[in-house]
Design a protein around this ligand. Structure first.
Ligand SMILES: *Cc1c(COP(=O)(O)O)cnc(C)c1O
Length: 353
């Protein structure tokens, strides 16, 4: 703490990102990155952008990228907002749409960045407990609120909420913004973007970090009614005119142009997930059904922190959250079939006979 800080800064509890170990040769299954490389078309587009161009500022509106996203998802350009990773998009969402008299609602077990943004923007919030099976129960959200946000599928549980349930929430909650954080939707869910034209209070956020293997490029976007998008743009233009650099814009446009690679890799991840779930269950793990590129699992006879430490000895890094209700769970990113085998081999050594 320093006497020079703004008072708010000492009250913040910043988000703690998953570890990015310096050691190579690790089986890194802790931050839900895609195990496959980005599309070659993306790399080519980025390389083509490297040159004298970099002397010039990028397009502050990322128009070509917004056009690509709008065409891909069948919406208008003024229904799309893009940002430096969906984390930045979410930061704008919290500031632009969630600061009201009534509290923001989100699940008790969810993306741990949400309470961090509430701290930064001094937003009042209430957490809504997930059911015992970690599912989101829409009826629990039908009360006065200044906004609602949850990931679908939820993180870190991986559980999917049916689109019909989201529509039921929207029908019952007309007076505040509902944000569905679809960072993992491409791994087995149905996007709520199909509902944005019917519900002007729905905003859907996406990330290119997971299903498009571009965590290092930092691109995310939101789709919703033009009024919601305008609120985000007003905040963005009061903060940073150029959140997406030239390489990010060019690479992201190319990502939406390589549909076959996208389909191939996301299906490979989903197939590996189903195989891994089977093998983990055979080892005695209880695995929550997942529609994401990770699984959330506990072993009834083994402490999760001890398992995570044991796996680390064999070079396998998974994520353990020391938090209420989930301290006995491990969140394990789906790797390539080979990485998943390395995990299973390590588990066979760590779980005593
Ligand atoms: C990974 C993740 C994000 C952020 O993704 P970026 O685009 O990399 O910032 C947002 N929400 C959830 C639930 C995530 O897991």
């Amino acid at each position: 703490m320093s006497r020079f800080w703004s008072p708010l800064v000492s009250r913040l509890s910043p988000y703690v990102p998953g570890e990015q170990p310096k050691m190579t040769n690790l089986t890194k299954l802790n931050t839900n990155e895609n195990p496959y490389p980005p599309s070659l078309k993306v790399l080519k587009a980025i390389r083509a952008e490297v040159g004298d161009n970099l002397r010039l500022y990028p397009d502050p509106d990322s128009l070509v990228l917004k056009q690509a996203i709008a065409a891909y998802h069948g919406v208008q350009v003024d229904q799309v907002f893009v940002g430096n990773g969906s984390d930045e998009v979410l930061a704008f969402v919290f500031q632009a749409l969630f600061k009201h008299d009534a509290p923001l609602l989100f699940p008790d077990v969810t993306y741990s960045f949400y309470p961090v943004y509430c701290g930064l923007y001094e937003i009042d919030y209430q957490t809504v407990p997930l059911a015992d099976d970690f599912s989101i129960k829409i009826n629990d959200y039908l009360r006065p609120n200044g906004g609602i946000i949850f990931p679908n599928p939820n993180a870190p549980t991986g559980r999917l909420l049916a689109l019909a349930e989201i529509e039921r929430l929207l029908q019952a909650n007309l007076d505040s913004v509902v944000v569905v954080d679809e960072a993992y939707i491409d791994f087995g869910g149905e996007t709520a973007i199909s509902l944005v034209n019917s519900y002007p209070n729905l905003l859907v956020t996406h990330s290119l970090s997971k299903s498009r293997a571009l965590a290092g490029l930092r691109v995310g976007f939101a789709v919703g009614h033009p009024d919601l998008i305008e609120a985000l743009t007003r905040v963005k233009d009061s903060f940073n005119s150029y959140p997406l650099d030239r390489l990010a814009q060019a690479g992201a446009v190319a990502a939406f142009a390589d549909e076959s690679y996208f389909q191939k890799t996301r299906h490979a991840v989903m197939d590996s997930r189903e195989a891994l779930v089977q093998s983990m269950r055979a080892l005695g793990f209880e695995v929550i059904p997942s529609a994401a590129n990770f699984i959330f699992a506990r072993h009834p006879a083994h402490d999760a922190a001890a398992l995570a430490a044991g796996l680390r000895e064999f070079g396998v890094i998974v994520r353990h959250f020391n938090k209420p209700r989930i301290e006995q769970y491990l969140r394990i990113t789906i790797g390539t079939p080979q990485q998943n085998n390395t995990l299973l081999e390590a588990l066979n050594k760590v779980l005593p006979a």
